[in-house]
Design a protein around this ligand. Structure first.
Ligand SMILES: [Zn+2]
Length: 329
């Protein structure tokens, strides 16, 4: 067991796992990052990650430890269960794909039955029924997925391993708008946006896959990259069809290679947040892309805006287009 943990931690550093979970940390010093704690609700960052020692510590809730400890705490699993989550042998790819597909279908069926979900979508400016269907947007009310999927013959262990259930049984997604993430034909993950105050962004454990809906745009000479799926939806609805989404500001290796796989100009349109983290990430990414021979421009939104809020608060396609045209190298 001891060796397994070491091998795992060499393969997957804690910071990489956290980024896969959409954690945003700002660099403080050579080997330290700080951000909001994924283990307790807070508004001031007190969760530190030391990349040299590969450990975390939160000054808010006092929790700390390594990758496995983090998985135990965040997913309410035992040590053994946490380790099993990273073992490719324990879940067959076909089994987990099938169950994710059915979970996505179930969530899709729920959407129209929950006015709070539709009103959240509306509040985020997503109202085009054709687009909602195309993106397969669903709703996880919480508390009913387990019964549905076990009735279809999926085992409790499988549901827990793919992360649809927490360690002791409840649904992992509770009151969340759900977007399935596909790679080719297969659902590889689900993104859940809380409609309440609880931790805003959640993914299931495991890879987010490549860029969102990349197949639709990979042959376009100009591609707009946004960091969130609500940004994506807002731009699509405004008529921009050359958009993809990186699901966070840190691109994984697959996503980066996709952007580099042919000649194109990439317009990075990350959030213009007060702490500049979106703009810093865009700047670094632009440099890396240029170093790989890909033209990159940074689209500067008005301070405090992301592409979603830009449109929700009255921005229109023409105004956005002029920001794209004024994008900086
Ligand atoms: Zn904490």
């Amino acid at each position: 067991m001891g060796e397994d943990v070491e091998a795992l931690e060499r393969r997957l550093p804690l910071i990489e796992y956290l980024r896969q979970c959409n954690w945003k940390g700002s660099s403080v010093g050579r080997s330290e990052f700080v951000g909001l704690c994924p283990l307790h609700e807070e508004t001031q960052p007190s969760f530190y990650v030391n990349t040299r020692k590969d450990v975390f510590y939160c000054h808010g809730c006092g929790q700390g430890g390594d990758l496995i400890r983090f998985v135990q705490l965040s997913r309410h699993l035992s040590f053994r269960q946490s380790l099993a989550c990273f073992d490719p042998q324990t879940t067959s790819e076909d089994g987990s794909r099938a169950v994710l597909e059915q979970a996505a279908a179930f969530y899709r069926q729920q959407l129209d039955d929950y006015p709070e979900a539709l009103s959240y979508l509306n509040q985020r400016g997503v109202h085009d029924p054709t687009l909602i269907r195309e993106l397969e947007i669903g709703y996880a009310p919480g508390g009913c997925l387990r019964r549905h999927l076990t009735a279809q013959g999926h085992s409790f262990d499988l549901l827990r391993q793919v992360g649809l259930l927490n360690g002791n049984g409840p649904d992992a997604f509770y009151q969340r708008i759900v977007f399935p993430l596909r790679q080719g034909q297969h659902v590889v993950n689900l993104y859940g946006r809380s409609i309440g105050a609880a931790f805003a962004h959640r993914f299931l454990p495991g890879s987010k896959g490549g860029l969102y809906a990349w197949e639709k745009v990979r042959h376009r000479p100009e591609v707009i990259v946004v960091e969130g799926l609500f940004d994506y939806a807002a731009l699509r609805q405004a008529g921009f069809d050359n958009v993809t989404c990186s699901l966070g500001t840190h691109l994984n290796a697959d996503q980066f290679l996709q952007l580099c796989d042919g000649p194109r100009t990439v317009y990075l349109t990350f959030d213009a947040d007060a702490n500049q983290s979106g703009q810093q990430a865009a700047e670094q990414l632009a440099h890396r892309l240029e170093a790989h021979g890909v033209a990159a421009r940074r689209v500067l939104l008005p301070q405090g805006h992301d592409p979603n809020s830009f449109f929700v608060q009255g921005g229109d396609a023409r105004q956005f287009q002029s920001l794209v045209e004024g994008a900086q190298p």
